[in-house]
Ligand binder design. Sequence first.
Ligand code: AHM
Ligand code: MG
Length: 339
Amino acid sequence: MKQSFMTLQRHIIEEERRHPEATGELSSLLWDLSLATKVISLEVNKAGLVDILGFTGDENIHGEKVKKLDMFAHETMIKAMDHGGHLCVMASEEEDDIIHIPKNKRIGKYVLLFDPLDGSSNIDANVSIGTIFSIYRRISPNGTPGTVEDCLQKGVEQVAAGYVIYGSSTMMVYTAGEGVHGFTLDPAFGEYLLSHPNIKTPKRGKIYSINEGNYKYWHPGLKKYIKFLQKDEDPNEKPYSARYIGSMVADIHRNLLYGGIFIYPEDIRHPNGKLRLMYECNPMAFIVEQAGGRASDGKIRMLEKQPTSIHQRTPVYIGSEEDVLTVEKFLHEEENVTA
Ligand code: AHM
Ligand code: MG
């Protein structure tokens, strides 16, 4: 017999019930977040119709300004999250400073960092994009406005993290520190339903994901590692497959399910890589570790990095445990050679 439906809401509540001390606040916060992503999902799905429906230039047919989708997603997140009474402060990829909770709203005990629409340069080509979020408990005194220090906690302090992928279907994948669970949005009745319980990533994969066009800028250890995966020197060994969408959520989601490694490295032009620690790499690292994988900046565990600013960048090596260990070994050996 088929298992009964498990909605996201029921799942969150049941997870929280296992902790008698829980107040239900985290559940409501995740619930608000899921609502925001449903609104974003609807708008993402309409993106291809913009020209057909005559939404040209800056105004739509109603004379309203047409917002860029990433700004729409950013504003939707804020609107859905700033009045719930669960947050004391937020930070978004789309805003330089921290985002305060309005004075007239109850101030809560959690901190939310998010990338409202990652990979948004892919929208016009109908390629999967995503929302990423990371939740911490505040460290500043309760009842006061949240601070930048609340936002600058190490990844190990995350209470929950997740992403929503807007792909052939919309899926939310999240962890609250007890495994990773995936929910698929049923577009007919607007509910996220549990479709991927307790996701575990393979210990070793067969896929590598990196922007190989940047090869000439890479450090020698990384060049050697990628050649190693291509099995250039061993005609009898099967090479890894290269898969790179250029949309972090989609690349990591695929590798999480199939196994493999995603890399956005430092190189001679960008010593800190491209991707952001606080709302891209840390939440992904929490999820991947919870699924049995590994994530580092090539030197130290991603979740142990001490953040210094909300928009700081970091190199990232993330995915199946043995694959990440192998690349770390290549990087380390090269460092010893050049030392
Ligand atoms: P964005 O936050 O401006 O969308 O950029 C982040 C995206 C990631 O989703 C993706 O992994 C990366 O940029 C791709 O970068 P590149 O085009 O340099 O390979
Ligand atoms: Mg981004």
